[in-house]
Design a protein around this ligand. Structure first.
Ligand SMILES: [Zn+2]
Length: 224
């Protein structure tokens, strides 16, 4: 009898251990994906900051030696590309990089990551420019193929695809969020006329930027 009780006690203990084990495993499973993402995001941001620093140092040096005379930033881009020896891209998270001419004395030419730069307003402005430029080229390509009014177009932004939607033709787009009340992420809209893109609205979660042929850029990320 005693032995039987002992055994029972042990099996009770074993059951408790098993339940605890399952509980711990469940907790691990629950947190492992968010934890992994968190570490991955931190690692990407760190890797990006190192690559940016190296590229910026090389830009500063090249600028000091002879400046950049081009209007399309190709010389500065060539310097940034040279700084990437042994790696495919500047940003491990796939962020586009931009060359910004600030006109300041300290650093007249800076390289900025489209994901990791601390200035969200600047990021929105650069991303909006980038998307509009791609849209114009894509509209031209579609028209050359016999599609005068494409209803949606796909561009790439920070390594991911972004779908831009045609808004009601002729209607001015006041804000990127105008047509999406449940807006959460990044959106882009355009209207077309015979000459190409006539209005364009871009918004990410922090800021928006709007362009019209008549008024140029306006919105949260551009001086009105
Ligand atoms: Zn980055």
């Amino acid at each position: 009898m005693r032995i039987l009780n002992k055994l029972r006690g042990r099996s009770g203990l074993n059951r408790l251990a098993a339940i605890l084990l399952v509980f711990v495993l469940a907790l691990l499973a629950l947190f492992s994906v968010p934890l992994y993402r968190w570490f991955r995001a931190r690692a990407d941001a760190y890797g990006c900051s190192l690559a940016l620093k190296k590229a910026q140092d090389m830009l500063d040096e090249a600028y000091m030696l002879k400046g950049f005379q081009d209007s399309d930033d190709s010389e500065a881009r060539a310097v940034v590309d040279r700084s990437l020896v042994g790696r495919d891209a500047l940003c491990p998270a796939g962020g586009d990089y931009y060359i910004v001419r600030s006109g300041g004395r300290e650093q007249p030419v800076t390289v900025v990551c489209g994901i990791h730069d601390g200035d969200a307003r600047l990021r929105t402005r650069l991303a909006a420019d980038n998307v509009l430029e791609q849209l114009r080229a894509e509209v031209q390509r579609q028209r050359d193929m016999g599609n005068p009014d494409p209803e949606q177009l796909t561009v790439t932004l920070n390594g991911a695809e972004l779908t831009a939607l045609a808004a009601e033709s002729g209607r001015e787009l006041a804000r990127g969020t105008y047509y999406t009340p449940e807006y959460e992420g990044t959106v882009a809209f355009y209207t077309l006329d015979k000459q190409g893109v006539s209005h364009f609205a871009f918004a990410d979660p922090d800021h928006s930027a709007n362009w019209s042929r008549r008024l140029g850029w306006s919105g949260d990320s551009y001086p009105a």
